[in-house]
Design a protein around this ligand. Structure first.
Ligand code: HEC
Length: 183
């Protein structure tokens, strides 16, 4: 059996240890001031800044910038692979599943003779009139986003570099290529 003296010694030791820990904790928090962040989580760069400066087009990068960096020769190869199954590119060539794309830049929307366009694209021809670079850019980025019921069963080219190359190639398909927009 433990006598009461022994018990007091142990209790005293435990109490002493607790007091020491308490003192240590008060002391250390007086040295280290943990700074709470003003907002919880990580402070990621805000996407709003970029989109606020961009035009209303589907793509964030202005078409002038895409074209400045584009390579029409690369675009020819990309377009043959991505669009060639449904489109011809030569002057006077017949429509495939889609109309011929020769001279499509600044051509009135849905205007290839004899081609039966979706009502969606015909509707767009009333508001947007012609395939200006920005208009083409948003259609090729996301066809359904531009004309919700388009017959063009193509998911879109989201990569800015590849899309810029395609646009530069389409521009080259003309006797007098359209001027590259300044901005
Ligand atoms: C699966 C077939 C298919 C593929 C792939 C495809 N298109 Fe089309 N495209 C069509 C069809 C069909 C239409 C007509 C759309 C409508 O009437 O809504 C069209 C219409 C267009 C038009 C409008 C032409 C006009 O006369 O108004 C452009 C521009 C165009 N496509 C560009 C492209 C480009 C560039 C690519 C490749 C990056 C591409 N398309 C890939 C089938 C396709």
């Amino acid at each position: 059996m433990m006598d009461s003296f022994e018990f007091n010694k142990i209790a005293g030791a435990v109490l002493g240890a607790l007091l020491f820990l308490m003192g240590l904790s008060i002391f250390s928090s007086s040295i280290f001031h943990p700074q709470k962040p003003k907002t919880a989580g990580y402070d990621l760069p805000s996407a709003e800044v970029a989109s606020a400066a961009a035009p209303a087009a589907a793509s964030a990068v202005p078409v002038a910038e895409l074209l400045a960096k584009a390579d029409p020769a690369k675009g020819a190869a990309t377009a043959k692979a991505a669009c060639g199954a449904c489109h011809n590119f030569e002057q006077g060539a017949a429509a495939k599943q889609g109309p011929t794309l020769y001279d499509v830049v600044n051509r009135p929307i849905a205007s290839a003779a004899g081609f039966s366009y979706s009502s969606s694209l015909q509707e767009k021809s009333k508001s947007d009139k012609q395939w200006a670079f920005e208009t083409l850019n948003s259609f090729i980025t996301n066809p359904k986003g531009y004309a919700s019921n388009t017959k063009m069963a193509y998911a879109g080219e989201k990569n800015d570099g590849r899309r810029g190359d395609i646009l530069a190639y389409l521009r080259s398909l003309s006797a007098s290529p359209a001027p590259i927009p300044a901005k």
